[in-house]
Write a protein that binds this ligand. Structure first.
Ligand code: HEM
Ligand SMILES: [Cu+2]
Length: 627
């Protein structure tokens, strides 16, 4: 595409891609720290998520090594509690969520024909705050040798009261967990509002809501879930913090409180959260399957509306996590029905994906393989989910390895496979290079085999009565063989992940850019930009005429899109340090609670200092011109 002279982003040469080459290393680092470019922020989210994913994976390997045989003592019971808590919390909040955020950031503005998100600096703020939250959650690993109390979060990923009350978990472990989650919550909320406003307001002319790519649609649904669900856990955590620090009794029956209040508040967040984890992957699969079947997505509006329906129903099912608490027949019946209802829109999506592949000219690229793997594995996880939608069945399965099998089929076979599909699909767009397709097939094969070897036997051993969250078990219960198989599977997964990381590093380090703008012959607007895109994405904002603009332009029937001969002023917000400093101040402010729990006066002084820094950063941010 010809670049009109007036379209150079000359106002900020430091951010233009040509200038990166000549920069000194320090300047280069600074340009990442101060960036407000959605593409760079997306890459930062992706790399951070990858690191946390590896940490969560190492925790899982220790768990599996401990459980390989009966009666082992590689870790003790207390360490084991910390391991599964940190594994679950890490995978959910620091692995899958930010990896999805990487794609929201990188792809949504491109897919809607925008130059950036609507509040680029707020976007940078979200990223830095997320990173602070991840660090606060993992800090206890570093300080645990130096303190004589429990500091590594160990109350499970859903932190049930009253276990998490001071009386039952003294020390600071739960305080770290609360603090980390609150920081992550603010980061997610800020990003949520940013993307909602972006998608509503920055779409290219002609891109009506129903012309939006399905991935952008699923992003929109997810952001609504984030801004509606996170306040529930924020409140739940504030009440827990009051109980722990100030002696209130919100969840303590002895003081008139109710532990079930925690469970209701938590799961009112927690169930939508599982859709926050899976819907982005569903969006990715809805882009990949049509591209590699060379067919439009079958019944695209149905896929979109079932995504919306899943999001809405997701707020009406939370008590299916509480069937065993004795809610009574009426509540059990209604939550059972609402849970089963969600299977309908989910099934609609699955059938639409199958109909998309049906009769298509399939190209079995690695991205396609991961998407096909997603459809199979997610469906299996969905089916076991419908089983425990029935309260009597759930009474048997709750807290057993059957549930562990279920949610890994959804979260790993589903969300993670979908994200991997997205990496293989969009890597050429993001880097101008390809991941190796021959390695990719092997990586897919190893992960697929490893995944099923690890998690399928958990159904069996769970049905045979093995409870989750036990650090060891006796011989002679018939659990030995499945547990050994599961552990072998976990190491096969680790090998697959290792291969993936090697290929990723290799591919990134390659110098020459070989990917064309549209290497897969895909249909949405991101494939109109260069690979990698210019700092300002589009020289001219396209005018959109259909839901598959790039495809229609190349193959007909309609014009797809056009590039109006306009003289737009391209505005790219300048880099800024204030989002980072504000994020640090907010994290510091919240972390002062931790100190307040141990040394009250010190914590209060620290909070006041942090607040002053925060307000200063805020004012400097607002006074800085050009955002
Ligand atoms: C390397 C692959 C993985 C392995 C081997 C693995 C293994 C396990 C095992 C054995 C448990 C049960 C521990 C227990 O109850 O005693 C567990 C719990 C859990 N896993 Fe994974 N996992 C893996 C990947 C993932 C991924 C990708 C996610 C999410 C996206 C995830 C989310 C969870 C959650 C939420 C829990 C529950 C933690 C709790 O009980 O509080 N896992 N994992
Ligand atoms: Cu649920």
């Amino acid at each position: 595409m010809a670049t009109p002279a007036h379209a150079e982003p000359a106002d900020h040469p430091a951010e233009s891609s040509a200038a990166y080459g000549e920069m000194s290393f320090g300047k280069w680092i600074l340009s990442w720290i101060m960036t407000s470019d959605h593409k760079r922020i997306g890459i930062l989210y992706g790399l951070s998520a990858l690191c946390f994913f590896v940490m969560g994976g190492i925790e899982a390997l220790i768990i599996r090594t401990q459980l390989a045989q009966p009666g082992q003592h590689i870790v003790d019971a207390a360490t084991y509690n910390a391991l599964f808590t940190m594994h679950g919390t890490t995978m959910i909040f620091l692995g899958v969520m930010p990896f999805s955020a990487a794609f929201f950031n990188y792809m949504v503005p491109l897919q809607i024909g925008a130059r950036d998100v609507i509040f680029p600096r707020l976007n940078a703020f979200s990223y830095w705050l997320f990173l602070c939250g991840g660090i606060v959650l993992n800090l206890p690993f570093l300080i645990t040798p130096f303190v004589d109390m429990r500091v590594i979060p160990d109350g499970g990923w859903f932190g049930y009261a009253t276990l998490t009350e001071k009386a039952y978990t003294p020390g600071a472990s739960i305080d770290f967990w609360i603090c980390g989650l609150q920081i992550l919550g603010i980061a997610s909320m800020a990003a949520g509002f940013n993307f909602i406003v972006t998608i509503f307001n920055l779409r290219a002319p002609g891109m009506t809501m129903l012309r939006m790519p399905v991935f952008t649609w699923m992003t929109l649904v997810v952001q609504f879930l984030v801004v509606l669900a996170f306040p529930c856990i924020t409140i739940a955590l504030v009440l827990l913090l009051f109980d722990r620090l100030f002696g209130t009794h919100f969840y303590m029956p002895e003081g008139g409180g109710d532990p079930l209040l925690w469970q209701h508040l938590f799961w009112l967040f927690g169930h939508p959260e599982v859709y926050i984890l899976i819907l982005p992957a569903m969006g990715i699969v809805s882009e990949v399957l049509p591209t590699f079947s060379r067919k439009p997505l079958f019944g695209a509006p149905f896929v979109i509306f079932s995504g919306i329906t899943i999001g809405l129903l997701g707020f009406g099912v939370w008590s299916h996590h509480m069937f065993t608490t004795g809610l009574g027949a009426a509540a059990d019946a209604s939550f059972s029905v609402s849970t089963m209802l969600i299977a309908i829109p989910t099934g609609v999506k699955i059938f639409n994906w199958l109909a998309t592949i049906w009769g298509g000219q399939l190209r079995l690229t690695t991205a396609m393989l991961f998407s096909l793997g997603f459809v199979c594995m997610f469906t299996m996880g969905g089916l076991s989910g419908i089983m425990h939608a029935s309260p009597p069945v759930d009474l048997q399965q709750q807290d057993s390895y059957f549930v562990v099998a279920h949610f890994h089929y959804v979260l790993f076979g589903g969300a993670v496979f979908g994200l991997l599909s997205g990496i293989y699909y969009w890597f050429p767009k993001m880097s101008g290079k390809f991941l190796s397709e021959s390695w990719g097939r092997w990586i897919f094969g190893v992960l697929f085999v490893g995944f099923n070897t690890t998690f399928f036997p958990m159904h069996i051993v769970g049905a045979a009565g093995m409870p989750r969250r036990i650090y060891t078990y006796d011989a002679g219960l018939g659990w030995e063989i499945p547990n050994m198989i599961e552990t072998v599977g976990a190491f096969i997964i680790a090998f697959g992940v290792l291969l993936f990381i090697i290929d990723l590093v290799r591919s990134i380090r390659r110098k020459e850019l070989v990917a064309s703008a549209n290497p897969w012959d895909a249909s949405s607007l991101e494939w109109l930009c260069d690979s990698p895109p210019k700092v300002h994405n589009f020289d001219i904002t396209p005018m959109v005429y259909s839901e598959r603009p790039v495809w229609d332009k190349n193959h007909g029937p309609g014009p797809g899109y056009s590039l109006p001969d306009s003289h737009e002023h391209i505005h790219i917000p300048p880099p800024s340090i204030w989002p980072l400093l504000l994020a640090l101040s907010v994290a510091w402010f919240l972390a002062s609670w931790l100190m307040a729990g141990q040394w009250f006066e010190f914590g209060v002084c620290s909070a006041i200092t942090a607040a002053i820094c925060g307000f200063t950063s805020c004012f400097r941010w607002f006074l800085e011109p050009g955002h």
